[in-house]
Design a protein around this ligand. Structure first.
Ligand code: NDP
Length: 241
């Protein structure tokens, strides 16, 4: 897959899966506009060739819209930023719920709105990939707000796929299983919990960021021209186990 001449917005580009998507896109010729939060990551991304970085806290709706507009024009969009906080359902706080929905659900909507408006105005085609999770399909203990926020993102993906496709913009979701990134360390550091999850993954391992990035690039590419509105697990078979 060749992305020469394409500009791609990637949110959550500072670490983990987003960082790997940036690396892979740049390697395949894309110009990347990275949206992320930590100053150190923004600096590091600015040092990489073919990469422009914008610092933003995606929990802030106005700042998110401003950053999305500053990132334009772009050919393709990956909404990868995500966050989690572990709380049992009965102890899930309104504050944590709102924080997760703001970053995991509302921010992808805002960035996609600005991206799509700009493309429609120019009469150009595009593609969006929203990074969801297997957590939107199942009820993971201690992940109530996270599961809800990713389920909401899936709903948005499907509506985007329906409303934007007539303008030549596809939208798809991918659903990784546990992927070895800083977020996974936060959510899966309990060995007993990790072993229970691993047992349910027929390929017998957790994912690496590159496993996820390859699928994201495929869904962005013209090779996926007829793929629209899907929720694609990238889970080593977790969903059939
Ligand atoms: P990481 O925590 O490793 O990286 C997340 C990136 O998103 C960081 O660069 C982080 O920046 C950025 N980010 C988080 N919150 C904000 C915010 N408020 N504003 C701006 N940037 C923000 O996560 P992963 O790479 O593991 O996850 C990437 C995506 O994949 C997420 O959507 C996640 O839900 C999803 N996913 C991950 C799985 C896993 O096991 N890792 C499994 C299934 C789905 P900073 O560090 O500066 O806050």
């Amino acid at each position: 897959m060749d992305f020469k001449g394409k500009t791609v917005i990637v949110t959550g580009a500072g670490k983990g899966i987003g960082r790997e998507i940036v690396r892979m896109l740049a390697e395949r010729g894309a110009q990347v506009v990275a949206l992320t939060r930590s100053a150190a990551d923004v600096e590091a991304l600015r040092g990489e060739s073919g990469c422009r970085a914008i610092q933003v806290d995606l929990a802030d709706a106005d700042a998110t819209r401003e950053a999305a507009i500053a990132a334009l024009p772009a050919d393709l969009l990956v909404n990868c930023a995500g966050t989690t906080e572990l709380q049992p359902f009965l102890e899930t706080t309104v504050e944590a719920f709102d924080r997760l929905v703001a970053v995991n659900t509302r921010a992808p909507m805002i960035v996609a709105q600005e991206y799509a408006r700009s493309l429609i105005k120019q009469g150009r085609k595009g593609a969006i990939v929203n990074v969801s999770s297997v957590a939107s399909f199942v009820g993971l203990a201690d992940h109530a707000a996270y599961c809800a926020s990713k389920g909401g993102l899936d709903g948005l993906t499907r509506v985007m796929a329906r409303e934007l496709a007539p303008h030549g913009i596809r939208a798809n979701g991918i659903h990784p299983t546990v992927t070895l990134t800083p977020m996974a360390v936060k959510a899966w550091s309990d060995p007993e919990k990790a072993a229970g999850m691993m047992k349910r993954i027929p390929v017998g391992r957790f994912a690496e960021p590159a496993d996820i990035a390859e699928v994201v690039l495929f869904l962005l590419s013209d090779e996926a021209a007829m793929v629209n509105g899907i929720s694609m697990p990238v889970d080593g078979g977790y969903m059939i186990a």
